[in-house]
Design a protein around this ligand. Structure first.
Ligand code: SAM
Length: 247
């Protein structure tokens, strides 16, 4: 039977396609795309004429049998999302899970992902990090998420929307204090900006220039390491209340 290729596409700059990504998309029998209209530009740019079919969060389950039938008949298929690496906060997990369970071959064609792209320039520790997807939309849930992660010593990586980035940073400052962070905006695009400083300073910079609040964001927060903070969050809270008792 055929192979499902999971193919990474650019996160902004259309030239960030690997040579193998292009030839794979040209040679497969079918491309499953999150949004076929969105991917049209990529297809035109690279003269890819392969038929496309949609595969998004609302129809993924119902596409699985169809895709298995095509693979069974010997066709090879590529899966792409609107940007970056499929399955990373994007559709494809159910499909890949099911194909693996049934013994089909699934092969990656690696390329950009906003997580690793942001980490590569943030200047925060990368020896260990954890990725937490999109932050919750509501402030209360967001604060709870930050609070759950307070003791984590590894670097924390999130996706955040432009509508909430400033509010999210304010919540972060309130819950975790003034950590060193990096906000990576519009990576690989015209208005790419990476701001790295203490949270309070980043908020100031973003409020001073409303353009800094537009676009796509990766938020990276330094972990609760001894070198970064000296004390655990709990110890700092105890210290704080003790200090406030002093004359
Ligand atoms: N699959 C994608 C990947 O591998 O990066 C992520 C898809 S997720 C639905 C989209 C989110 O990724 C955006 O809301 C933003 O937080 C982040 N993102 C994607 N492209 C970006 C870019 N060029 N600059 C900064 N963040 C980006």
């Amino acid at each position: 039977s055929g192979i499902l290729y999971v193919v990474a596409t650019p996160i902004g700059n259309i030239d960030d396609m690997s040579y193998r990504a292009v030839t794979t998309l040209q040679q497969v029998n079918l491309i499953c795309a999150e949004d076929t209209r969105h991917s049209q530009r990529l297809m035109e740019h690279y003269a890819i004429k392969t038929p496309m079919m949609s595969l998004h969060e609302h129809n993924e389950q119902s596409r699985i049998q169809q895709i298995m039938d095509r693979l069974e008949s010997g066709d090879s298929i590529a899966l792409i999302s609107d940007a970056g690496t499929p399955l990373i906060s994007d559709p494809g997990f159910k499909l890949v899970r099911e194909l693996r369970d049934k013994g089909y071959k699934v092969s990656p064609i690696p390329g950009p992902s906003a997580i690793v792209t942001a980490l590569s320039v943030a200047g925060l520790a990368t020896d260990s990090f954890s990725f937490w997807g999109f932050l919750p939309a509501k402030s209360s849930a967001r604060k709870a998420r930050y609070s759950e992660l307070a003791e984590h010593s590894e670097t924390l990586v999130f996706y955040e929307s432009s509508h909430r980035i400033v509010d999210s940073l304010k919540d972060l400052l309130e819950v975790l204090g003034d950590r060193t962070i990096a906000v990576a905006r519009e990576l690989t695009k015209n208005f790419e900006t990476i701001i790295s400083s203490e949270t309070s300073k980043v908020i100031e910079m973003m409020l001073a220039d409303s353009n800094q609040q537009k676009g796509e964001f990766v938020l990276i927060i330094s972990g609760n390491t001894p070198s970064e903070k000296g004390l655990s969050v709990e110890a700092k809270n105890v210290m704080g209340s003790l200090l406030s008792e002093l004359p």
